[in-house]
Design a binder for this molecule. Structure first.
Ligand code: FAD
Ligand code: NAD
Length: 471
């Protein structure tokens, strides 16, 4: 498409939701433009989220394994040293090659890319304050809001990204701190706790709720994961609320209060990570200029077809309803383009996998036991421990379990929950089975290659209606 003319689709935000919609729209022959103010494409996920965190998780795991888990495997190494600068460089290389890859895909698919901040002028016009100075305007028949989210701040404890950090600062610390206190035992908190604990920091996680993992994790699995992480050296304070923070000393001091009637105490850390959730980001977007409202949690309000109250303005990703996950944002971006092209699109919100990339990983899809209890659904459970799985044993990496939940009457699969090695890859099978409406017996009667970790899923499925063979 050419600059200046009215676009079929103008996308504000070049994160996972926005860039995927842009590429798809280009492929479908739309005149499409994408506005991104960060200077690079890929949004939170590629720049300061999914991708850099997985780089640090993978390399810190390797380092930790070489240090503590090589000798019994018959591998003797000399002096093992951490080069934090190089570890960060490896992360930065992964990030920049992926963000540049999207720029290439934009060109390939005819997407016009504008580097700058977009603001609604009216219902069909977006003004762009260009990063390089100056201003331009785009008109769109359709407009997609995909502006994402930002870290929720902790009142009274200002994030300077040096001593009090959000995930962004925690992905770029210049040295390994003596001690790190993490406020919030959700996914971000636990992934970052793992990285810095493996690299040598003393890490304490303070969590308001009675279980780790944030919303959505099955309680039995969360408990199992916590036990394993605790053994790795991470300390947990559950049912504990951080009340206030004091940054005046060498260490940062937090006042904490056991939520369930314990006595107030304090805890100190060289670095504090605030990881209490993320909130939708609409700053500077000019929603007020077009009379669009956000709900009490800041989310742009949409209907089931991603339409705001102006039907040609749609909205997807972290800035609206649903779990804040990259693959959810991506599939919504695709669905919107399908709506525009064909009049229908689809995302199955009952079937979105979640993965926590600690070691071992935690992964799940579908309903938890606590969900089913609350809904009064009759269900049965089959579990299988990795300690009885031959491949996990061979790998000397056999902590964790697979848990399959099926309908008590029909055996239809309701949920799969895994804590164990490779859980994030294994959950794809459970997700496909759930999407296709499989029974647990369907999984159990499907031949799984031996010896693989995925046999643990087969056996857990077997255990819902019969008995596992190896346990
Ligand atoms: P974003 O990725 O936030 O993109 C929105 C973009 O819009 C931003 O780049 C922003 O600069 C731009 N923008 C905003 N306003 C304007 C404007 N007015 N004009 C122009 N541009 C604008 N999810 C997973 O599924 N797996 C993971 O492993 C994972 N790890 C994560 C780790 C961390 C540390 C964090 C913070 C998040 C992680 N997430 C993960 C969540 C994931 O990053 C988000 O769900 C995903 O990025 C949402 O995509 P989005 O496109 O909706 O928003
Ligand atoms: P979260 O909502 O998952 O967890 C925040 C945790 O902080 C909750 O358990 C909450 O109870 C706790 N908390 C809140 N206030 C507190 C207080 N005052 N004191 C102590 N604890 C408190 O949020 P997050 O971990 O910040 O992650 C944000 C989003 O990013 C999530 O939606 C998550 O799904 C996404 N994300 C996903 C991945 C992944 O898929 N691997 C990785 C990172 C982030």
């Amino acid at each position: 498409s050419e600059a200046g003319e009215e676009k079929d689709l103008v996308i504000i935000g070049g994160g996972v939701a926005g860039y995927v919609a842009a590429i798809k729209a280009g492929q479908e022959g739309f005149k499409v433009a994408c506005i991104e103010k960060r200077g690079t494409l890929g949004g939170t996920c590629l720049n300061v989220g999914c991708i850099p965190s997985k780089s640090l998780l993978n390399n810190s795991h390797l380092y930790h394994q070489i240090l503590h888990d090589s000798k019994p495997r018959g591998i003797e190494v000399g002096d093992v040293k951490l080069n934090l600068g190089q570890l960060m460089k490896s992360k930065d290389t992964a990030v920049s090659s992926l963000t540049k890859g999207i720029e290439f895909l934009f060109k390939k698919n005819g997407v016009e890319y504008h580097k700058g901040a977009g603001t609604f002028v009216d219902e069909h016009t977006v003004k762009i304050a260009l990063n390089d100075g100056g201003e331009t305007t785009l008109k769109g028949k359709n407009i997609l809001i995909a502006t994402g989210s930002e870290a929720t701040p902790f009142p009274g404890l200002e994030i300077d990204e040096k001593r009090v950090v959000s995930s962004t600062g925690a992905l770029s610390l210049e040295k390994v701190p003596e001690s790190l206190v993490v406020i919030g035992g959700g996914i971000i908190g636990l992934e970052m706790a793992s990285v810095w604990s493996r690299l040598g920091a003393k890490v304490t996680v303070v969590e308001f709720m009675g279980q780790i993992g944030g919303p959505g994790m099955d309680t039995e699995i969360a408990k199992a994961a916590q036990k394993i992480l605790k053994k790795q050296g991470i300390d947990f304070k559950l049912n504990t609320k951080v009340i206030s923070g004091d940054t005046s000393g060498d260490n940062i001091k937090l006042e904490i209060d056991a939520a369930k009637g314990g006595k107030p105490e304090s805890i100190e850390g060289e670095i504090v990570l605030v990881a209490i959730g993320r909130r939708p980001y609409t700053e500077g977007l000019g929603l007020e200029n077009i009379g669009l409202e956000v709900d009490e949690r800041g989310r742009v309000v949409i209907d089931s077809e991603y339409r705001t109250k102006h039907p040609h303005i749609r909205c997807v990703g972290d800035v609206t309803f649903g779990p804040m996950l990259a693959h959810k944002a991506e599939d919504e971006g695709l669905a919107v383009v399908e709506y525009l092209k064909k009049g229908y699109g689809h995302v199955n919100y009952g079937c979105i996998p979640g993965v926590m990339y600690t070691h071992p990983e935690v992964a799940w899809v579908g309903q938890t036991e606590q969900d089913l209890k609350a809904a009064g659904t009759a269900y049965k459970v089959g579990t299988f421990p990795f300690s009885a799985n031959s491949r996990a044993k061979t790998n000397v990496d056999s902590e964790g379990l697979v848990k399959v939940i099926a309908d008590a009457e029909t055996d239809r699969l309701l949920g799969v929950h895994i804590v164990g090695p490779g859980a994030g890859e294994m959950i794809a099978e459970g997700t496909l089975a759930l999407e296709y409406g499989a029974s647990s017996e369907d999984i159990a009667r499907t031949t799984h290659a031996h010896p693989t970790l995925s046999e643990a899923l087969k056996e857990a499925a077997m255990a819902t209606y019969n008995r596992a063979i190896h346990f």
